[in-house]
Design a protein around this ligand. Sequence first.
Ligand code: URA
Length: 234
Amino acid sequence: MRRIDQLLSNLGYCSRREARAWVTAGRVTVRGVPVTDPGAKADPVDLRIDGGPPDHPDGLLLLLHKPLGCVCSHDIREGPSVYDLLPPRWRRRHPPVTSIGRLDKDTSGLLLLTDQPTLVHRLTSPRHKVSKVYRATVNRDLPNGLAGVFASGTLVLHGETKPCAPATLRIIAPREAELTLTEGRYHQVRRMLASQGCEVLALHRVSFGDLTLGDLPAGAWRELPPNFYSPLCI
Ligand code: URA
């Protein structure tokens, strides 16, 4: 059972204060009966808002194909954002919809978004070692021995002291490779390759754990069940 005004606010319909007006206007019913007290509690399955069921009362988990040129930030000063791709109501939810880790503005590919803070925490924690595969195109032929350097667990990035965890490099073409990481440091792929003299010209995240984009076009998202990651599986 959840407070009706709080539910409306948390799901992005209106503020808690505005919920009173919604209730007075008869827009909210419980089992067909108009609600009179916005502070009353109800089971979301019994609730109708403007005649429809509440919008994802159990949370959101989205798999987005992040296009190039948008940022993973809620700060509008940083320019077009991945959150602009979502329906307006989802952008007003509390807790807010947030990306699970970030991709750079100039990186495309698979990005998970959720309004479940504990999930963000679990899936970005280095303890859980979720594999992420990136496809990189670089400005020169990949040097010999690169896979060994990345796999060694000894590579220390500029300005850091802790070595990168072992990473797997699969060479696809002289200037193209897939790199599998289990951590998510700032600009990690670009910095690992730069440390070996290669500038990344294009970067795309192919997968996150077992998840891939399939034929999802850039800018589109699909829903995953909000309990897709049960507490026991990671
Ligand atoms: N590594 C990068 O350099 N950029 C990303 O967006 C993700 C990983």
